[in-house]
Every structure is written in C-alpha cells, then in structure tokens.
Design a protein around this ligand. Structure first.
Ligand code: PLP
Length: 358
C-alpha cells in the first residue's frame, strides 16, 4: 500500500537527473566497513578527523569540518562570516540564494543581495562594487561575497576566481566559494582545486555529487573560522556521532574518484555531439564544460507543445531512463552512467521527438 505512495525512480534505470543519485561502489562500501569510528561530537572519530585534514590540505586551508550536506556547509560558512543583519552579495541563480530554502535569512538573519550573472554564470565586478553599502546606519553591513564553481556545469576560470576574491578583500569583505562541484571545475580546467580557491576564506566541497559518496560536504577555512562553524554545525543539528561511517566514504571519494570526473566530462561531450544531430531540440553546446547538459525542446525546426512535455518522463521511464522533464531539461552525467546509457538516452529522445516531427 505504501509502495504506491512513495515516489521512487527505478533503481536499474539510467538516471540523468543529477550526479547526487550515484550509489557507493564495492570499494567505497569496503572503506565504510573498515572505518575506525568514535563519537565525533567529542572529537573522537578518527576517520572524520582524517577526512577533515585531507580536505583542508587538498584545498590549501588550515582546517576542515565535515557537515551533513552542501546546504548545511554553505549555511555554516555564511553564518561564520556574517552577524545578524549583515548582508552578503551573491549571484541570483546561485544555489545558496535560490535553492537552499532561504536558510541564511531564516536561520542566520543574514540579508542576501542577489546580483545578475552572465551567460557563463559569472558575476560582474561593477555590480559587486555598486552593491557594497556605505557606512550608514540605514543599510546593512556588506560582509561577504559568495561565488559558485561550477555554475550549471560551467567551470569558472582561475582569473575570474582570483578577481572575485581580490575584489572582495579590497573592499573589506570575506569571500566564500560554494564549490559543490569544485573538483569538476578543477579537472575541466586542468588547475588544482587548491589553486582555484587560494583567495577564498571559506570553501564548501560536496562529496555526494560527482565524487560518489552517499552523504556529506566539507567546509574548509582557517582554524578560527572553522571553530565558529563547528559551533554553528552543532546549533544546526549537524553534530554527528560515529560519522566515520560517512566520512570513510568521503575519504574514499577524494582518494579514488576525482580522476574519473574526466570520464564523465568526456561522456557529456559525446552526448552533446550525438544530440546536436537531432532536429527538434537545441543543446547548450558551447557551455558543456563538465558534466551538465541543458536540452531545449522545440526550436525553429520543430515545435513540441507543452502538453507533450508532460509525457516525456513516463516515455523515458518506459525506456528505463529517469529524467527531470521540462521545456529545458537538465541532464547530468556521473559515475553511474556508462556509454550504453548515453546511447539509450539519445535513442529515446530521438524516438520522442519523432512523434512530433510533422
Ligand atoms: C551548486 C550547489 N551548491 C550546493 C548544493 C547543496 O548540496 P546538498 O544537496 O548536499 O545540500 C547543491 C546541490 O545540488 C548545488 O548544486
């Protein structure tokens, strides 16, 4: 009876909705099984402490903190920099502002100031400078600049990352990087993650996206900021006990799964080249730099009505493919997608479009 009420994707389907759908492989499960654990709220969990140290070292910072999710890691990061009534500047499409349930405002009483982003997901220096408030008791104190990398799969370059961090510091702001998929950016650009974020005061890295761990993110910064974030994590309900079970998966991901992101990127490019040959859809060909592809249904060549799009997900499910339907459909390639899955997606999309060709 409950089975009908619970919405689950078929576990055998090729799932293109997100890189969060990956499942731990055998090696990761073995690492989880073998992990020494203790109570991390007492600071006793050796595996969690090791993960925090490894992540901090990888990202060139003094200290790390394991948190339950990217959302919690970003929230603790923003709250570690800002007091109640302070303000942070951020791209209006960025995850912290748009998709984290307004947590910084609700739980931190911190005011977001959303800024435009360009076609590559980048902020403009002049918008940032114009948004920084003067020292005037009528307005909030601008405290922080939040940058994201990757943005919708687009890798933000070293020069852009440096420019943003320097701009923030020149104006007395701190700089936070939501690096949920920072390793994708690093692999795509051929630049170390440490170098990419060298100017940032805090960086949040997700372990449960393309890196393949079942849960968790790491926030890295200097000792003092991480001490504040650790207190905030407790307040936010994120103090875990034998967290080494999860941290072991994260450590395994950092040690074994970064290189494989290049393979995801190669598959994404291959998918784009195959899709580009189909009539009836357009693909963001130029902007596929890592593992995300955006497919738009209906263009000059053919028109697919809105009603048809409601049939897209069930049609794909019949082909053992899971997608998030929409006029613009995001497809994400990850370690649980293979070459045959790419071919199956192209064939199914081709069959779907053919229904509306005339
Ligand atoms: C760019 C970005 N930042 C942060 C997050 C939040 O991560 P989580 O889902 O682990 O809370 C996501 C999730 O998809 C994301 O895409």
């Amino acid at each position: 009876m409950y089975a009908t009420a619970i919405k689950t994707a078929s576990l055998s389907a090729a799932d293109f909705r997100s890189d969060t759908v990956t499942r731990p492989d055998e090696g990761m499960m073995a690492a989880i099984q073998a992990a020494p654990v203790g109570d991390d709220v007492y600071g006793d969990d050796p595996t969690t402490s090791k993960l925090e140290a490894v992540a901090a070292e990888m990202l060139g910072k003094e200290s790390g903190l394991f948190l339950t999710s990217g959302t919690q890691s970003n929230l603790a990061g923003v709250m570690a920099h800002c007091n109640r009534g302070d303000e942070y500047l951020i791209g209006k499409t960025y995850h912290i502002y748009a998709y984290e349930a307004g947590g910084t405002a609700v739980l931190g009483s911190i005011v977001p100031h959303p800024l435009p982003v360009d076609h590559r997901g980048a902020l403009a220096a002049e918008d940032i400078v114009a948004a920084i408030k003067p020292n005037d008791s009528h307005v909030p104190i601008t405290r922080l600049l939040c940058v994201e990398n990757t943005v919708n799969g687009m890798a933000q370059s070293q020069s852009y990352m440096d420019e943003m961090a320097n701009l923030a510091h020149d104006h007395g702001l701190k700089a936070h990087c939501d690096g949920a998929r920072l390793m994708n950016a690093s692999v795509a650009l051929g630049v170390s993650a440490k170098e990419l974020v060298k100017g940032y005061d805090t960086v949040s890295l997700c372990l449960s996206k393309g890196l393949g761990a079942p849960a968790g993110s790491v926030l890295v910064s200097d000792h003092e900021t991480i001490t504040r974030a650790r207190r905030l994590r407790k307040m936010l309900g994120g103090g875990l006990r034998q967290s080494g079970i999860l941290a072991a998966a994260g450590l395994y991901a950092l040690e074994h799964n970064i290189e494989g992101l290049a393979e995801d990127h190669r598959r994404a490019r291959h998918l784009v080249s195959k899709l580009d040959a189909l009539d009836g859809i357009t693909v963001n060909v130029e902007a596929v730099e890592t593992n995300m592809i955006f497919i738009r249904f209906g263009d000059d060549r053919a028109s697919i009505p809105d009603t048809a799009l409601t049939e897209l997900a069930p049609f794909m499910a019949d082909h053992n493919i899971t997608i998030t339907p929409g006029r613009v459909m995001r497809c994400v390639v990850h370690r649980d997608i293979n070459d045959a899955d790419i071919d199956a997606l192209v064939d199914a999309l081709s069959a779907f479009i053919a229904r509306y060709a005339d």
